[in-house]
Design a protein around this ligand. Sequence first.
Ligand SMILES: Nc1ncnc2c1ncn2[C@@H]1O[C@H](COP(=O)(O)OP(=O)(O)OP(=O)(O)O)[C@@H](O)[C@H]1O
Ligand SMILES: [Mg+2]
Length: 390
Amino acid sequence: MPSNPYTPGQVPRILAGRTAEMRRIEGLLARVVTFGELGGPLLVFHAPRGIGKTSLLRAGQRRATESGFVTAWVACSRQQPVLAEIAHSIGRALERADAVPAGAAGNRWRGQLERLTVEVGLPGAKVQAEVARRESSTPPHAAIGVLESLLHDAAAAVRKRGGAGLLLLLDELHAASADEMAVILNTLQNLDGERADNPLTTVAAGLPVTPEALTRAATFGERSTFVSLEVLSDDDARAALVDPAAAEGITWAPDALDAIIEESNGYPYLLQLLGSTTWEAAEPADGDQLGLDAVTRGLPVARDQLAAMHRARWGAASRLEKQFLAAMAAVGDGNITRAAIAAGMGVDSRAISVPRERLIDKGVIEPVGHGLVRFTLPGFGAFVRGLDEA
Ligand SMILES: Nc1ncnc2c1ncn2[C@@H]1O[C@H](COP(=O)(O)OP(=O)(O)OP(=O)(O)O)[C@@H](O)[C@H]1O
Ligand SMILES: [Mg+2]
């Protein structure tokens, strides 16, 4: 029995499309591999929720691992000091034996990694503590030096032991504070000054507000490379459905594919969800084809799943936040201005900052620049308008 290959809410088995974006990551990696030097300025992918930022970063991480990189992954959050997380993650990455090439080269690498952990791991631990301590009490410039030497030591040690270098991945970068962003940007700037000694590169992802936040944190933040991720093209959306099924020996009827492409608008989360509900409805056996009838039978399940996500978000909102969401939904499903929301709530536009920030923190709405916000989940506006009618 073939098993359901779709992954709503998880990293996909097969990354569809994103060829140009992967090429950018590979360009940075190649520079580190070939010249043993810093791979270009900070590369930042930005997009709303569910578009595939984390999936892309994970694919980049896989590619780097295959090329002999040691990779450190940090999911930035407002609850954890980001710089300490970076230090921990690098420490763990150096210890982990998974991030090695296969075969004999891998065995050699494992031995080297052990020695390397002894060398860099101990001072690394000291550095972690220092970063954590300094972060809260002293101006960012104190932390810059610490992070700089940590990254340099780790990358140089990896390289010296025969690895390609270090890849630092920063997901959810919008959640870092302005100070933390300033430290990261200044550190990379300094490392670039001695580029040839620093075989590492950094790739980040965040919500659409990230470029603005980075530029505000340090003027030269704007020298980072910003790439916005879009919904998948029809061809890539098709591949996102067809390829995972093909790997299980299952095909799709053309009209079934068309229906899902139409329903999802190329939004990757919805593609995975609808692929999954169709599969569950069809329960295909080896060599079967998924048809339009299975899509139709799966649709209510997908809608239920979305509705459950809508209800959970609505239920977790305070009274004031609900008023805010209702005012937004009344205007429409696109990008909504502060003034329109305030008008809908019957208050001054300065009075809406608190619910606005809370809802952004909860991921229910997201800022899209210039003070505009929008819903993060497809159909949420319609859901809220539906409540009004009930
Ligand atoms: N290129 C792709 N091909 C196939 N599926 C994808 C692709 N990109 C994303 N997905 C799917 O879309 C969903 C969302 O992906 P992902 O979590 O990477 O998005 P995100 O932008 O990081 O969202 P968030 O902002 O909520 O973290 C997942 O179910 C994932 O499997
Ligand atoms: Mg993500």
